[in-house]
Design a binder for this molecule. Structure first.
Ligand code: C2O
Length: 593
């Protein structure tokens, strides 16, 4: 608990050892810096992927970690820095790390998704991710991008701004808050079981706040996140959803949260009793400690899932505490009630929250939404039922197998050469890859209608790519469906931020809906929760050459194929082309060896 509260709460007063450590690390990393004024400093880190015995809910198991930490170490850099992270894989299985939301301009090789931009790092080998962080500021996350390793291999990626925060209050301290999921069993087994029988995955045993499930779970009261605060201050909470399969609501009893930034882009500040945060999303909020605590001195905070699925889900709640530093001794047990936490099915709250989130759109931080588009792609995002192959037992609905798709294509990752390598070598016309991702759903029907199962199609498996010239202003409309159920899918795009210019329920109508677009201050994000039974319209300028994974950030859906790849060709200038692959780029070798 001591060490974890040190990692999670950068509060100088209660954590001076950490402060010393952080200062020391900063001095060390400055020592590594290139200190000429023209070239940006280089911040270096070393990640060791390793097993560590960890106990939660009275279950001890080997947990996959980076540097033995859970959640993993925080990467903190400044806007403009060059970053070098040497990742050593010390386990028998493959691994990769993805810097989620970092744009990776021209450095797609350092993005991290296995078989998309690199072959995995094999056991015993290392790969150094080299990239520059520019034109982004705030909180992001890093995580493994191989199988379901992300369950425990994740951490905060913080980018300090060059200019002071355009924030309404003075910040007393910063508190990273990472949400996750804990499985008593082996997470890899959950995925392989699911893929073997085609059924839904087992749900996790607990949600966690900074790796701690809290008092509502069996044998867990001692593993509770407690953040000490002083009365009358304003704190910056850097909130990260690193959960595998659940969108979450978060609230702190009696306190409003002021949202100031999402996905490392500033927003117009707004106050809210709670937030909705999808896996892969990050949200910076200000919290002012202006309440009068009872004699326990504690206010509970809680996360609970936003459930839009009918599949069995973990419907539990993780609780932590804000502990006011009282002069007097606490004389009662704290309450566990967070009345301002939305109900698990509160779609109206999720909708209002999304509508309130707007780009800051100031003179200093203008909103760069493309006002027009060169190409509109309508992508149907759905679950599928696949016929059970002969001599197999399938555990999905109706004795079939579950899959998922985009425009009825279930993405298959090539196991011999990454998509990016094939693109770089201009091999995209070989049998394996083809630039013919369908730009419309395969047929028109009532996508979100009441009897969708009649429209179910067996999906097609493949690796079709959407390829666009450099600089294309792309509009992507993500259309949800009601196959099996209308679920909220958090779609993440690598390599680019996008603007959510419109969203709605039901079927997208290209003749009507564009009239309601927000082209003034739409939120800029890297992950969009597509409304359950509805659609979201995104605009982005495809100006980052390379190959970029687009997928649902619910890991079970990625496993089922709810993914695609966007290839952006090189631009005309030398500074608009993908850099050559680094020398230490891992090779795939023989996948069957
Ligand atoms: Cu956070 Cu492709 O992932």
């Amino acid at each position: 608990m001591e060490s974890s509260s040190c990692i999670v709460g950068v509060n100088i007063k209660q954590c001076h050892y950490c402060f010393l450590l952080v200062s020391l690390l900063m001095i060390l990393s400055l020592g590594n810096s290139v200190s000429s004024s023209s070239s940006p400093p280089t911040k270096r880190f070393h990640f060791n992927v390793e097993w560590k015995q960890v106990t939660r809910l009275c279950h001890t198991k080997p947990l996959l970690t980076v540097n033995g930490q859970y959640p993993g170490p925080t990467i903190a850099v400044s806007e403009g820095d060059k970053v070098e992270i040497k990742v050593t894989n010390s386990i028998a299985e493959n691994a990769t790390i993805h810097w989620h939301g970092v744009r990776q301009y021209r450095t797609a090789w350092a993005d991290g998704p296995a078989y998309i931009t690199q072959c995995p790092i094999k056991g015993g080998q290392s790969y150094t991710y080299r990239f520059r962080v520019a034109d982004q500021r705030g909180t992001l996350l890093w995580h493994s991008h191989y199988t379901w390793q992300r369950a425990s291999v994740h951490g905060a990626f913080i980018i300090y701004p060059r200019l002071p925060y355009p924030l309404p209050s003075k910040i007393h301290a910063e508190i990273p808050i990472i949400f996750g999921e804990w499985w008593n069993g082996d997470v890899d087994a959950v995925e392989s079981e699911m893929m073997k029988y085609g059924g839904g995955p087992n749900s996790s045993d607990a949600y966690t706040i900074n790796g701690l499930p809290g008092p509502l779970y069996p044998c867990s009261a001692k593993d509770t996140f407690i953040q000490t605060v002083e009365r009358g201050n304003t704190y910056l909470l850097r909130i990260i959803n690193a959960a595998l399969n659940d969108e979450l609501f978060f609230a702190v009893a009696n306190h409003n949260l002021k949202v100031v930034e999402v996905d490392a882009a500033y927003t117009k500040p707004f106050s809210t009793p709670a937030i909705m945060i999808a896996p892969g999303q990050t949200t910076n909020v200000l919290l002012t400690t202006d309440q009068s605590p009872d004699s326990s001195g504690m206010f509970p905070m809680a996360i609970t899932p936003y459930l839009t699925s009918v599949f069995p889900f973990d419907n539990s709640t993780s609780v932590g505490f804000l502990k006011y530093n009282l002069k007097t001794k606490p004389s009662s047990t704290p309450s566990l009630k967070v009345p301002n936490l939305p109900k698990m099915s509160d779609t109206p709250f999720a909708t209002q929250f999304a509508q309130k989130t707007r780009s800051l759109a100031s003179r200093q931080y203008p909103c760069r939404v493309p006002k027009s588009f060169d190409k509109r792609v309508i992508v149907m995002v759905s679950l599928n039922l696949q016929d059970c192959p002969p001599h197999m037992t399938c555990k999905g609905y109706d004795g079939k197998r579950f899959f998922a798709s985009m425009n009825n294509q279930s993405f298959v990752r090539p196991l011999t050469t990454s998509v990016l390598e094939q693109h770089y070598k201009n091999l995209t016309t070989t049998v394996q890859l083809s630039s013919d991702f369908p730009e419309q759903p395969p047929k028109k029907f009532d996508f979100t209608g009441v009897d969708p199962l009649t429209e179910n199609m067996n999906t097609e498996f493949g690796s079709k790519i959407l390829t666009v010239p450099y600089g294309t202003n792309l509009e992507i409309v993500l259309q949800g469906t009601s196959f099996l159920n209308t679920e909220n899918h958090p779609i993440h795009i690598h390599g680019h931020n996008f603007f959510i210019v419109g969203r709605g329920f039901g079927n997208y109508d290209p003749n009507v809906d564009p009239a309601g677009y927000n082209l003034v201050d739409p939120p800029e994000r890297n992950t969009v929760p597509v409304p359950a039974g509805g659609w979201a319209a995104l605009r982005l300028r495809a100006d980052n050459p390379g190959v970029w994974f687009i997928h649902c950030h619910l890991e079970e859906h990625t496993s089922w194929g709810l993914a695609m790849a966007l290839a952006v060709r090189d631009g005309p200038g030398p500074a608009q082309s993908l850099l050559p692959p680094p020398d230490d780029l891992p090779s795939c070798g023989d996948p069957h060896a």
